[in-house]
Ligand binder design. Sequence first.
Ligand SMILES: Cc1ncc(COP(=O)(O)O)c(C=O)c1O
Length: 319
Amino acid sequence: MADWYRTWYNVELDADTEILPLIGSKEGIVHICMTYLDQGDEVLIPDPGYPTYQSAVRLAGGTCRSYHLSEANHWFPDFESLEKTDLSKVKLMWVNYPHMPTGALPTTELFEQLVAFGKKNNILICHDNPYSFILNEHPMSLLSVDGAKDVVLELNSLSKAQNMAGWRVGLLCGAKERIAEVLTFKSNMDSGMFLPVQLAAAKALTLGKEWYEELNKEYSERREYVFSLLDKLKCSYDKGQSGLFVWARIPSTYDDGYAMSDDILKKAAVFITPGGIFGSEGKQYIRVSLCSKKEKLLDAAERIEEAFSSQGATVDLAG
Ligand SMILES: Cc1ncc(COP(=O)(O)O)c(C=O)c1O
């Protein structure tokens, strides 16, 4: 894991003390919250964002404070408006770039701002980074910013970039003091992974550029199918987005993403995720997964086209 971070992110980590292997990165989200939160502690949560951040904070007894992300601000936090609020009870901030569900990519400037924000306000920045290799040529780690280890914990995963979702392997990286704190909690929950799984993960992390190119070739072909499906549904979207999903704004003919999703489900028996499940800022959007094979995406597009043209479409599929 340390070699992988050095090779791809240019980040030096001590394999013995600065990395904690996890049974998938999802458990790490809960472990971090259980380690650091007491009743009344506040946590900044992205809206839209991965719903587990909110559940984990609540399970640990913390209080969620959503920070709003908008398309107009590239789905980046508005640090200025956050600093106008009382941050004295905020212990953690969850961030995730490339961002799920919007596919927004990070910039060096954003990462520097996050580290500066954490230092200035004494907030532990928890970066969830499972998508950096998917449809993105420049994987970045928040730990590559100078001095980041003082305020950053980063989660990573083998579920997406190494196709090992069912194997359950992730990792937590950061300063040795932070890793030791989380380990104090985690070592009371489980006793680590089956050795063959760890050896397979270590082997998978040695895969070279060709592996990621092959993986991304498949995802970019699937994405073309999804783009054309979204064109038929009159949605608008950013072609530069990354990650395993396509995030798209719905046409004004629907009240919100839930109404559009329900309509497509009822008429074509195809489920498209309404963006509202990721937070109120996602209401006017839908999210399509690239995890399905091309044949399935094509089948879905055909069923949608057929259902809407035969039943007096609320969506105009002519285009
Ligand atoms: C943003 C985000 N974080 C974490 C995870 C969890 O990944 P893992 O399989 O490593 O637990 C997911 C998976 O869906 C995700 O979308």
